[in-house]
Write a protein that binds this ligand. Sequence first.
Ligand code: ADP
Length: 168
Amino acid sequence: MPRALYPGSFDPITYGHIDIARRARRLFDELIVGVFANPNKQTLFSLEERKELVEQALREEGLTDVKVIGYDGLLIECAKELRVEAIIRGLRVNSDFDYEFQIALTNRDLDSRVETVFLMTSREYVFLSSSMVKEIKRFGGDVSRFVPRVVEEALERKLQETIGRERR
Ligand code: ADP
């Protein structure tokens, strides 16, 4: 029963992430999406908010049998705790590769039983990232092509909160 963990920041989840999750689900008997606290990244949404959005978005997209967890710690420890055989990562452009290559090799040094499996992005999501979505939204653009409705609404609310705080 091969199981896989798809980890990430998901700040917020986009159709690019969902596409990878859907394709990974077909390859493994069980897929767990791990929403990670990343000390190197300042996130717009809290860990709890990101996890909730992933749950809602996956449900909205029909991926109802994918489990979602929040994790504040080392990826390889999480993989060990969950007893997964594989870690899934998505690859978009060249620049993803160097970073992912380093992490995958380090994780293999830490535990050689866990394989990292890379899925190539789909053509329509090559340039899609959470940062791009946040930037477009900040400048009032339409992000409905890039994220599910629940995410769009959450971005709207978050933006209002931020503007409200800045005015105070
Ligand atoms: P992290 O901070 O761990 O990189 P992200 O949420 O940015 O978290 O990304 C999680 C994973 O999803 C990464 O493997 C990333 O390459 C992949 N990913 C993000 N956006 C896309 C996309 N548009 N197409 C394919 N993979 C993607």
